[in-house]
Design a protein around this ligand. Sequence first.
Ligand SMILES: Cc1ncc(COP(=O)(O)O)c(C=O)c1O
Length: 429
Amino acid sequence: MKPYAELTKDELEVLIKNLKKEYSEYQALGLSLDMSRGKPCKEQLDLSMGIMDALFSTSDLYCDDGTDCRNYGTLTGIPEAKVLLGDMMENNPDDIIIYGNSSLNVMYDTVSRAYTHGIMGNTPWCKLDRVRFLCPSPGYDRHFAITEYFGIGMIPVGMTPEGPDMEFIEQMVSEHEEIKGIWCVPKYSNPQGYSYSDETVRRFARLKPAAKDFRIFWDNAYGMHHLYDTRQDHLIEILAECKRAGNPDLVYKFASTSKITFPGSGIASLATSPNNMKDIMAQMRIQTIGHDKVNQLRHVRFFEDIHGMVEHMTKHADIIRPKFEMVEEILEQNLGGLGIATWTKPNGGYFIGFDTLPGCAKKVVSRAKKAGVIMTKAGATWPYGKDPWDTNIRIAPTYPSKNDLEIAAKLFTLCVKLVSAEKLYKEMD
Ligand SMILES: Cc1ncc(COP(=O)(O)O)c(C=O)c1O
């Protein structure tokens, strides 16, 4: 098939007729499929069932340092969990706080604390006329929801396969004191699966923000989530790089075991500098007497150490890699060479980033929905849910079965073809 842009009006008319016929055949199937959710599938969750057997009523629930995990105390997490999560995050256990079940919750809390009480003695953000965040886009909708909730203005920043537009970021943070933060998913980003290059990380660590309380919100949610044994992305460790650059307090780094064990029942962690840690602890002491140490111990006993976790992640990869590859194959087979879409081929993470022709994403998602396939809402990957070009769609291949995914992906490509052909036809009028 020729690129759609080279088709004549008559050819497009025939094409649209044929595609509509195919589409109505899909509609007649009465499908009810979901490609929207960035969740592990049942088989992935089954991998972690052993965690339920890691502790019994007869188990020794004491840590190596004598802490009784059944009781209050040990505010920043048990030492064994700090070692495990420290290895996972590539940080010193002393630079880590272990939290509860969700890193998103820790991010919310971090923004909330800055908003009500300020960061390290700076004016609380709620007392400032204007606070703004930089938002590499497309990005993670729940990050944007947090900043929107606090009334923090969001400025989209363009993304490239090397990471966000650093020139823009450097200029904005150095010139505007009201810019207080930036959301980053540096590895296998949500939704494109991009990983920041060494140069990008180095430039982040060397930012010269006008605001003393500017912080990088470095959400390394997919640090362990490789799809391949050999094709893996590796990041420069940001805390160490900030320290080297003489900017030790610049970053809050987040992670969790949500997509390693059970989402919602994992453990979350934050790594940061001693100064930031001290600042955070002043609040945390008021907020809680401690998080769930039994769950921390359960995770440690289940994995034993980082090698156990790495091995575990290869099993996740074995389940989801074929799904990613199948979707990529269907995209290539059905859309390759047509000049109507581009998509990413990530080495890890949970998503494929997909871009339609301008002005088509909403229509594609709506068409797919009308034929029984739910995609992530078009626009969701941009601040305020507003994709300025209406092109980006997040594909989440992990949750559906391979059979369902195959049908959903095929229908999706059909919708892309139909909406694109209709757009080009209309433009010829
Ligand atoms: C980039 C990113 N950060 C955080 C989360 C949520 O993490 P948690 O379950 O630890 O709150 C997700 C979940 O999809 C995510 O994609």
